[in-house]
Design a protein. Sequence first.
Length: 443
Amino acid sequence: MKRAFSLRVRVAAATALATAIIVVALGITAVQGLKTYNIRQVDQRLETTSRLVLPNPKIAAWVIALRAPVNDLSVTIREGDEIIASVGVPLPELPNGTSTVEVSGAPWRVYTATAPRNGEKVTIALPAAEADSMNADQRRKVALAGLVAIAAAGGLGWLLGGRAVRPILQLTERVNARPPQPIPPVSGVREAEELAAAVNDMLQRVTDAQARTEGALETARDFAAASAHELRTPLTAMRTDIEVLRTLDMDDRQRAEILDDLQRTEGRVEATLTALEKLASGELSREAERTPTDIAELCDLAAHDAMRHYPQLKVTVEAEPSVITPGLPAGLRLAIDNALSNAVRHGGAEHVVLSASRHADGGVTVAVDDDGRGIPQAEREAVFERFKRGTDAAQGGSGLGLALVAQQAELHGGKAYFEDGRFGGARLVIELWSVRPPLQQRS
């Protein structure tokens, strides 16, 4: 397993590495410069000595022989091809100028010039080891200074890195808290600010997802409890009828009555289960399933099917030629079908006007006006709750039709509500929004 290091250590190591690279580059440049400087110093010393020797080479050679230590300064004077004087190591004949030559197996820095008075050729040399010694000493000093700089940079990186990573440590502490705490604004460190914003966004998404999950679980529990409660009564009645059929001796007429009651109860259970299935499907709808939906076309189709299913019903559609909004087509059609069915079965309507219009701010309103019995003012909100039925509702309903209508309206960012109808009955209004409107518009 790869060993992990703290960010502080990484900052210190990165600082030391960067300093080492800079120190090496500067050290190489400095050593080369000092080497050139040292050679120039030796050359300058040779030229200075030559200015003393050239006016009278022989006397100067004698003086140098008395004062210069052996193997330090060497002088060789030639007159033609003959050496007339030599101090120290005999030097070879060379052209005028400065050069480095090897004499007796050792390198020497040599300067050659011609005396202006008698034309003697004077060659002066110093051991190159002198310059090399200065170079080595200077390289040691440069290397030592570089190591000190690298160590100092690493130490400063460690100290300053602690302050630099402090916001990250604070973020870690807050994220590791139980429950995780929101990250306060962090100033001065751009990366920490970006990380804090990202963590806060992640925590918000996690919190929202947790809330949605808890809400879904709570809804599921309520849904299951209400479903069990509503189904228990008809199932109990069916069990009673079955026991009666098994235990009592009845004539054909009585048996037929029991069987008819069983069939009605079974139909009620089946209708309830169908509605529950549709409700559950609506709650599981996903945003990706939304498509541009023509509400006017849905209204036409729903009206046609309703008049075929209820021969006594007349449905008039009042809609713009095209009312398109992003939505769940199956869910919207389900809501309109249930609204029409509710008007006929529980309101006793014979004429329904189905209208669809678009708002200036992007919303769509679908209205169902009927000439039926209407709904009392006190019950207009309660009837949208699951398994709640109005006092004038027909027998055998599941109490879920209007709940389906309300659910689809909410899934489309709107709401469903009742108003006084234009024809003496009820007016069911379904508001739909492609984007959720401000609260004051929805209230």
